[in-house]
Design a protein around this ligand. Structure first.
Ligand code: NAD
Length: 359
């Protein structure tokens, strides 16, 4: 017996609606093949919401998201809204959604498919037969949210400061999430901090070590962030799950994602309490490609796979999507961003249909 799930869908701007349409086609096929019912509700956020309602994140959108099991988002933003003041711009919708929905963890897998090895900037002997790691970044604490300001003194002139603050509770919940996810993967967590210098990192390390005792089947190691940055390019295959603070995660997840070669392949999840989550491709609205059927929909399709795995507890269905993507790549189909000699160029819609046909 299949289940019934409510999905809030925010196509957004630029290529957002195109990639979301392709991904929803794949989700529909999962419903048919596995007997689930996905009830979708399309909502406004971003530039299109500004044009229609004057607000980048209308309250109805947040209310509908709260009533759903998960949210699928395309991308927001575009040149036509760039003149607006910061707090009225489309990107405010993203910050608003994360804050109002209590999404405190950001999951970014960096998965290099063997078929796309040539797109990876690392040497073949370093990547071996592919890479598969996951960065779990704390999203609502740390230096991006701590006290900041400027002060003037006679002796120093102007000074500016930002504050890294973490509570035990904040570290504990992100650590538990990382260990829980690692249990379903290769059972290894690397916690990244700067405990040789920062007091907040020393608390971070102590709490992560304490939480680890509850997950004896998961191996834990600690790395300083400078070493982690180096290891990611020197020997990325040593990593399974990396858990780290907001700022370190911001930087390391971008570094890790580069190994996959194209931004069009990168999904992400933002999770809060319980199973609720928001799923979106890492890329933006790519105004240069919008409306031309040229965007790669695979990042959004793989975001749907993450949604099935993390919010809807449907790992078999998630794996079916990931395998379908792998098969389509193995058959040589590529969107423009991944194109190389000898491969078959397809558009956004066709790529979505190809993945769908392999479910
Ligand atoms: P972008 O990710 O939209 O584009 C960067 C480059 O990657 C472009 O050359 C684009 O053509 C290419 N690209 C992106 N997605 C692709 C895909 N699926 N397939 C093929 N190529 C793809 O970043 P940007 O140009 O810096 O920003 C454009 C707009 O998107 C801005 O308004 C920005 O604020 C917004 N943005 C939104 C989000 C989001 O909604 N989460 C994230 C980043 C940027």
């Amino acid at each position: 017996m299949g289940g019934q799930y409510r999905i809030a869908v925010i196509p957004g701007d630029g290529i957002g609606p195109e990639v979301v349409k392709a991904a929803l086609g794949v989700l529909e096929q999962i419903g048919v093949t596995y007997g689930h019912q996905f009830v979708t509700k399309t909502l406004l956020a971003g530039g299109c919401a500004i044009d229609t309602t004057g607000n980048p994140l209308p309250p109805e959108t947040v209310a509908e998201c709260r009533k759903s099991d998960a949210v699928l988002l395309g991308a927001v933003g575009g040149d036509q809204w760039d003149h607006l003041p910061g707090d009225q711009r489309p990107e405010q919708a993203l910050l608003g959604l994360r804050g109002q929905l209590g999404l405190y963890a950001n999951l970014r897998p960096a998965l290099l498919y063997p078929e796309l090895k040539e797109a990876c900037p690392l040497k073949p002997e370093i990547i071996g037969d592919g890479l598969d790691l996951l960065v779990v970044r704390e999203l609502t604490g740390g230096i991006y949210f701590g006290t900041r300001g400027r002060r003037h003194t006679e002796s120093t002139g102007w000074e500016a400061f930002d504050t890294e603050v973490y509570s035990e509770a904040e570290v504990e919940r992100i650590a538990r999430m990382a260990f829980t996810i690692a249990r379903q993967r290769r059972r290894k967590v690397t916690s990244v901090d700067k405990a040789n210098i920062l007091e907040s990192s020393r608390l971070w390390r102590a709490v992560v070590s304490r939480v680890a005792a509850d997950y004896p089947e998961v191996e834990l190691n600690h790395l300083y962030v400078d070493n982690a940055a180096m290891q990611l390019v020197k020997d990325p295959r040593q990593f399974d799950v990396i858990v780290t603070s907001n700022m370190f995660g911001d930087i390391l997840s971008d570094e890790a994602s580069m190994v996959t070669g194209s931004i069009g392949m990168l999904p992400s999840a933002s999770l809060g309490e319980g199973n609720f989550g928001l799923y979106e491709p890492v890329h933006g609205s790519a105004p240069d490609l919008a409306g031309q059927d040229r965007a790669n929909p695979l990042a959004t399709i793989l975001s749907v796979a993450m949604m099935l795995r993390y919010s809807l507890a449907l790992p078999r269905e998630a794996a079916a999507i990931e395998q379908a993507v792998e098969q389509v790549l193995a058959e040589g189909y590529r969107t423009g961003d991944l194109m190389s000699p000898g491969k078959t160029l397809v558009g956004t819609e066709e790529m979505g249909k190809l993945v769908r046909s392999h479910i």
